[in-house]
Write a protein that binds this ligand. Structure first.
Ligand SMILES: Cc1cc2nc3c(=O)[nH]c(=O)nc-3n(C[C@H](O)[C@H](O)[C@H](O)COP(=O)(O)OP(=O)(O)OC[C@H]3O[C@@H](n4cnc5c(N)ncnc54)[C@H](O)[C@@H]3O)c2cc1C
Length: 506
């Protein structure tokens, strides 16, 4: 079946949804819900998956975009979870999304603030992390091992570092997504290619074990979706649909810097947080040249907002930590944008919480299975666990999960036949975002050269048109804030707005 999502497909499948009784209704289309839709559909189950807003509207687009190897869990003695994370990283790098996940080098600069003892402890941790890589059978050619490097080499990888007292750096590697929202789009489209009905702008108003009352947010009309089983994958909003669940969200803020702000930054940085022995801020260069700096961890009380805001005290804190390692300090005016996300953490206690992993499965009295917590990195495992649970609960008679070796849309060689070949060489930037579909995006530009015009961050108009035709973008927010990340810098967003409007009308 076709993997393309668009307004026409949404209308058609929405019209059908009310007449069906599907095997699995998935509520929430972040990484977890889109992963669950794919897991269920690839087992041959009939699936409807809905989101109140858009694909990747929630926490899944506010991450640090790292695909973790599990070192942080190892540090807490959670060996099983650490191994699981390293295995999932390996699956993404090797089988499911090699076009979206890359190895990223990180430096921990050895400044006078880092003692020899602290450096030795961190290096031991990195070596254990490399052991996890080996245990997960991820080859070294995909993720090189750690090393101590000289100050000169450190500067060649990270020119903005201060030379003052720099003794060198510790070099380590981990996985990084080209864009977290693109992972979710790829999951949803792959699920659609297996027959899942992916319906954005459909809000679950009430859930029960046999379906949901749903409102089409575009028309305001309400209708029922009937299902044999229901998965609640609404992350930080999960308690709104199951009042027995208690969430305790924590806010993580990132700064967004323009490409020219830290020239010559080719590696990420782990920057020790002054006064803390084992906490680091992250400096994360992106493939579009922007740099993100994160990340805070602050408990949040009260109602969960649709889009969390980064407070100025988080911005000041991150700038201070960053400046502790830079040759030329940055000021508030250098921060081009900010974003904040809420970690979907479950409050301790509760009924049938299975917290043996970092995520939990909870089954409500009416039979709704909530899957919550975890990480972007482990979305596939969370999805597998949730679908295993509903298959057993609903006696759906499906086999085990097939997603560990199931390539997502875009995995594989670039298709350069026909129009794509005529269009000329496919740029690396497109390959990194579209994988095997990069040739088709390039071909759009050959058909209409006006579509090759670049927008902020190098995104072309062709990519916006592609997102409308194939990636389910329904409005300018979908285009600028999720299919592309132009919107992370407000000035860039304003500049690209006319192009987004034009793409919707193209
Ligand atoms: C700042 C920060 C940085 C992070 N960095 C990393 C990282 O680098 N690597 C990593 O592995 N993990 C990271 N994480 C964790 C990771 O981002 C999350 O665990 C993950 O994205 C959660 O995905 P989810 O699908 O469960 O929830 P979400 O992505 O929040 O999805 C929930 C969806 O449910 C929808 N929804 C809500 N209510 C309804 C309703 N009533 N009806 C229909 N739909 C509804 C929402 O619109 C939303 O799209 C980070 C988290 C934060 C906060």
């Amino acid at each position: 079946m076709n993997s393309s999502l668009n307004a026409a497909r949404r209308s058609r499948e929405l019209a059908e949804a009310g007449d069906l009784v599907v095997d699995v209704l998935v509520v929430g289309l972040g990484a977890t819900g889109a992963g669950a839709a794919l897991d269920a559909a690839s087992r041959g189950l009939s699936v409807v998956a809905i989101d109140a807003h858009d694909l990747a509207f929630g926490t899944s687009r506010w991450s640090s975009k790292m695909i973790h190897g599990g070192l942080r869990y190892l540090a807490k003695g959670q060996v099983k979870v650490a191994h699981e994370s390293a295995v999932e990283r390996g699956l993404l790098l090797r089988h499911t999304a090699p076009h979206l996940v890359r190895a990223q080098p990180y430096l921990l600069p050895l400044t006078p603030a880092v003692s020899g003892g602290q450096a030795a402890t961190v290096m031991t941790g990195y070596r254990l992390g490399d052991g996890l890589r080996m245990a997960a059978r991820t080859p070294r050619r995909l993720l090189p091992g750690p090393a101590r490097i000289s100050a000169g080499r450190a500067l060649s990888l990270a020119a903005p570092l201060s030379l003052n007292g720099l003794r060198g750096a510790l070099l380590s590697w981990d996985g990084r997504l080209v864009d977290d929202a693109r992972l979710v789009v790829a999951l949803a489209r792959t699920a659609a290619s297996r027959g899942a009905r992916i319906l954005t702008r459909c809000r679950a108003l009430e859930l029960a074990g046999n379906g949901a009352r749903v409102r089409d947010e575009l028309t305001g009309s309400t209708f029922a979706i009937r299902a044999r089983t229901v998965v609640n994958a609404t992350g930080v909003w999960a308690a709104q649909l199951d009042p027995d669940i208690r969430m305790r969200p924590s806010r993580g803020t990132h700064l967004v810097l323009r490409p020219e702000t830290l020239p010559g930054l080719r590696a990420g940085l782990h920057v020790p947080i002054p006064g803390e022995s084992n906490r680091f801020a992250l400096v994360l260069p992106q493939s579009d040249g922007r740099v993100y700096v994160g990340l805070t961890d602050e408990p949040v009380e009260g109602p969960v907002p649709d889009v969390p805001q980064a407070p100025e005290e988080d911005v000041a804190f991150l700038l201070d930590v960053l400046n502790s390692v830079l040759g030329v300090p940055l000021g508030r005016q250098d921060v081009a944008g900010t974003y904040a996300g809420l970690r979907p953490l479950l409050a301790a206690g509760g009924r049938t919480a299975d917290l043996s992993r970092e995520h939990a499965l909870l089954t409500s009295g009416s039979g709704v299975v909530t899957v919550v917590g975890g990480k972007l990195t482990t979305y596939r495992r969370m999805a597998e666990d949730a679908v295993d649970r509903v298959v057993a609960l609903g006696r759906l008679g499906a086999g085990g999960s097939r997603t560990a070796r199931l390539p997502l849309v875009g995995a594989g060689a670039v298709q350069e036949a026909g129009a794509a070949r005529q269009a000329g060489v496919v740029p690396d930037r497109l390959r990194a975002r579209y994988g095997s579909e990069a040739g088709a995006v390039r071909a759009l530009m050959a058909e209409d050269p006006a579509l090759a015009e670049p927008l902020p961050t190098g995104i072309t108009r062709a990519e916006l048109v592609w997102a409308v035709r194939h990636e389910g973008a329904l409005d300018v927010d979908d285009l600028l804030d999720r299919r592309t990340r132009i919107g992370l810098v407000p000035g860039d967003r304003a500049a690209a707005l006319p192009a987004a409007r034009a793409a919707l009308a193209y």
